[in-house]
Design a protein around this ligand. Structure first.
Ligand SMILES: *Cc1c(COP(=O)(O)O)cnc(C)c1O
Length: 360
């Protein structure tokens, strides 16, 4: 392993064991004499890689029968529009529960296709909590209810899934998919860009209950039609082959390291280390209500923001990188995805304590 600990929010660090395997197989994938990057996606070798990845995703996430697993492109951002193109049918509106910057963006993009009804929203600009379920203004005739399970920028995460009744739940899980056990049957659709928790950038995962797919809206490109993508094994056109392959290795790593229950335990422990310290002193602050704090992205600010650059410079010298906060929030952000080891969090804590001591 190299000498840095990478806290980047995305693209983010990958498990070192996965990178080592990629390296070992880079020039010659299992006797084929070529790299996965050089294979035709129609080749038997790549088809086996693709199927293996899907199988592992289905196992690790316990995807129930009746759900399609699709490998798409364009990131979560493209799904902001592709979801309504496939799920709206003849309805015009969906409900959005906005708990951070990404949910806000999803609602805004939806407006190209219909009327986004904001059923509940945190205080725009500084989202620090999830509105009480009792106060959500959900409508029975909405095509679906959209949530962002983990708000990557604001560090706000659902700790339990909301009950939204009969209306299908659609979730952007880009930054917390595969970080805890999940009951997929409670969702109508889950989408996620790969580059936070499950692989390199370029791949977008969509898990959708097949019977919710409606005739697409006029103007929907063929590559964005879920039913057509599924019928063509997500290979209508050239897929992001290499990212797909690495994603398969990440899910294998998840299987080999105890699955999502074990992962959730580790993730809780890592985040607790940081939050416990943040709450125990006043040199640094995290603004998020305790019951809504993200285990994946921990934003924090310095009580004296004039020290921000010195903090970042010192961190970089100590080999702690990717800590600069999102421009919307300022300050710092430590992303603690699945691949972040506990030792990385401890190294950050040691540095934070020392920095606070030296500037007191
Ligand atoms: C990163 C992120 C996005 C944007 O993902 P892209 O793949 O870059 O389009 C959307 N939603 C959430 C929750 C994210 O973390």
């Amino acid at each position: 392993m190299s000498g840095v600990v990478n806290f980047s929010a995305g693209p983010a660090m990958l498990p070192p064991a996965v990178l080592a395997q990629v390296q070992a197989e880079l020039l010659d994938w299992r006797g084929t004499g070529m790299s996965v990057m050089e294979m035709s996606h129609r080749d038997r070798a790549f088809m086996s890689i693709a199927q293996d990845c899907e199988q592992r995703i289905r196992e690790v996430l316990s995807v129930p029968p009746g759900y399609l697993v699709l490998f798409m492109q364009g990131g979560a951002s493209a799904q902001f529009g592709v979801v309504p193109q496939n799920l709206l049918g003849d309805r015009r509106s969906a409900d959005f529960v906005v708990t951070g910057a990404w949910g806000s963006k999803a609602a805004a993009e939806f407006s190209y296709f219909g009327q986004a009804h904001v059923a509940a929203s945190g205080a725009a600009g500084h989202y620090t909590s999830i509105p009480d379920r009792a106060d959500w203004d959900l409508r029975a005739d909405a095509a679906y209810v959209h949530i962002t399970t983990n708000e990557t920028v604001h560090g706000v995460q659902f700790q339990t899934l909301p009950d939204v009744g009969e209306v299908p739940l659609v979730a952007d899980m880009s930054s917390d998919i595969a970080s805890y056990p999940l009951d997929v049957s409670r969702f109508g659709l889950i989408y996620a860009g790969a580059q936070k928790n499950i692989g390199p950038a370029g791949l977008t995962l969509v898990i959708v209950r097949e019977d919710l797919i409606r005739p697409v809206l006029p103007g929907t490109l063929t590559v964005n039609r879920y039913a057509t993508v599924a019928a063509n094994d997500s290979m209508l056109n050239t897929p992001p082959c290499f990212a797909w392959y690495v994603c398969g290795l990440v899910f294998r790593w998840l299987q080999e390291t105890g699955g999502l229950a074990a992962r959730a335990q580790i993730n809780r422990r890592k985040a607790a280390l940081l939050y416990d310290y943040l709450d125990a002193q006043d040199f640094y602050q995290n603004p998020v209500v305790q019951s809504c704090r993200s285990l994946m992205n921990v934003p924090f600010t310095l009580a004296r923001p004039e020290l921000d650059q010195a903090f970042l410079d010192g961190a970089a010298t100590a080999g702690l990188v990717g800590l600069k906060g999102h421009r919307l929030v300022g300050g710092m952000r430590a992303s603690l995805y699945n691949a972040m080891p506990e030792s990385g969090v401890r190294a950050l804590l040691d540095y934070m304590k020392e920095f606070a001591r030296s500037r007191a």
